[in-house]
Structures are given as structure tokens and as C-alpha cells.
Write a protein of this length. Sequence first.
Length: 114
Amino acid sequence: MAMGNRQKLNERFAAGPPVQPSRGEPELHRSHKDVVARMRRAEGHLRNVISMIEGGRGCAEIAQQMHAVIRALECAKGVLIHDHIDHCLEAAVGPIAGREKEIIDEFKEITRYL
């Protein structure tokens, strides 16, 4: 990605309301910066796991580290899904309050088990 494009994306990641994408632009939300950071950490960790396998490390140790990578990705997915529920759903149906908000919060809680 060209540096100019990266700067534009970083500016769009800044705190504030979700940005509605223009035609052909990526859709970005406040949580995307956190999701990208989580995924980059998982990516680095995955490279280390690959090195462990290539280096002949023990299977139990490798499995433990693979579990950590998977968990990191699951956490990133959860952040992304909760952000979508919070922002995209409200953008589609309008402000949510009262009992409807409680129902959405319950829905977010159950998504932990996906």
C-alpha cells in the first residue's frame, strides 16, 4: 500500500463515529485499528509457531502455541462482530434504547460462544 493511502486509512481509523465508505473505499470503524493490531500480533506469533515446527519442538508445546494464535484471532473476530452490532445495526435501524438495547446486549453476549 502506498504511503499516501496508508496515511488516509490511518486518519479514517481515528476515534469518532463510523465512517460511511464512498464508492470503492473500504468500510472502516473505530475498532478496526484494534482488530488489525490484534491480527498483526497473531501473525507474528504464527510465524514463531511455524519456526517451532520446523525446528522440531515438542508437539504439546506447539499445540499450546497454536491454541494461543487461534484464541488471539477469535478475540479479534469478537471485537469486529461487536463493533458491527453496535454501529452498523444502529445505522440501519436508527438509535436503539431501552428494552431493544438490552436485547442487543444479550445478543452480543451470546456471540461469545460462536
